[in-house]
Design a protein around this ligand. Structure first.
Ligand SMILES: Cc1cc2nc3c(=O)[nH]c(=O)nc-3n(C[C@H](O)[C@H](O)[C@H](O)COP(=O)(O)OP(=O)(O)OC[C@H]3O[C@@H](n4cnc5c(N)ncnc54)[C@H](O)[C@@H]3O)c2cc1C
Length: 245
């Protein structure tokens, strides 16, 4: 261990952070974009007219997959989650912008993921459609102990290399995917719906997905924030099988 590193600084977490830091997003953004089709430059004037018609229009756009009106809005989230979640997250290329903390320019903080007691530990079924069931007390114990021990060892090695003057970008090679990272992620309602369709598991989905629980924890928080901003769009998404238009 290096002279400067105190092992008690290592933190273990079982949760994820999602904060909506900036947004310009509301159901009205869908409506004015869609109504340019029929009202041209007057589409903004029609915003407050007839809420029932507005609801019907959003539902029609969702059902018939007229997707582009759902792109005229923006939400920026701060996300802190383990690196293995970010690996999955960054596969979503379209309608998403990302900026993540650097392991080259800053010393990575000793915060690591350990599954919570209610995290199901045993998988059954076939690839692509696994079911997960509770682990035994013994399995939970070995997960907790082994992850903590290997995190401590890895971070110790990282600190030893830094103390010996090795560059951060080289020393970080020892760190595991259970390390927390942080990023800003900006999306619009259409790209978020695509993400939610794939990264949440819901029985009422037209096309059920089987995401890893930890990215689903992030997705649930994104979904809760978005639902408040765009309630009509959110309701239409659910009513139409949670399929992005
Ligand atoms: C349950 C689950 C398991 C997975 N398992 C694996 C795995 O084992 N290995 C693995 O590598 N990945 C895996 N993935 C990742 C998956 O293959 C996708 O990369 C990820 O879900 C992002 O989806 P996307 O490409 O539709 O999203 P985006 O990149 O946001 O793209 C959105 C849409 O744009 C269109 N599009 C984007 N890029 C192109 C392109 N180049 N050409 C044509 N159309 C394009 C497509 O219609 C696409 O659906 C898994 C995903 C899930 C949800």
């Amino acid at each position: 261990m290096s002279d400067t590193f105190d092992e008690s600084e290592i933190r273990f977490r079982s949760d994820v952070t999602v904060e909506l830091v900036k947004h310009s997003a509301g159901d009205q953004d869908v409506l004015w974009a869609a109504r340019v089709s029929t009202a041209g430059e007057k589409s903004l004037d029609e915003l407050q007219k007839d809420p029932e018609r507005s609801k019907g229009l959003i539902n029609y756009l969702m059902r018939d997959k007229h997707g582009s009106p759902f792109e005229h809005n923006s939400m920026t989230f701060f996300v802190s989650a383990p690196i293995f979640v970010f690996r999955e997250f960054h596969r979503h290329r379209v309608g998403w912008s990302y900026n993540e903390e650097s392991g080259r320019y800053r010393e990575l903080q000793p915060v690591f993921y350990v599954p919570a007691e209610d995290r199901k530990l045993v998988q059954q079924g076939k690839p692509g459609a696994y079911d997960f069931v509770d682990g035994t007390a013994e399995q939970f114990k070995i997960v907790g102990e082994s992850t903590r021990e290997s995190y401590r060892q890895a971070y110790r090695a990282y600190q030893e290399m830094l103390a010996a003057g090795v560059a951060r970008e080289v020393a970080r090679t020892t760190l595991p995917v259970g390390l927390y990272s942080s990023m800003y992620a900006t999306c619009n309602a259409r790209s978020l719906m695509h993400f939610l369709g794939l990264r949440t598991r819901r029985d009422d989905a037209a096309y059920p997905s089987f995401p890893q629980r930890e990215i689903e924890m992030v997705a649930e928080k994104l979904e809760a924030a978005w639902a408040e901003l765009m309630p009509l769009t959110y309701a239409a998404f659910n009513m139409n099988g949670r399929v992005a238009p």
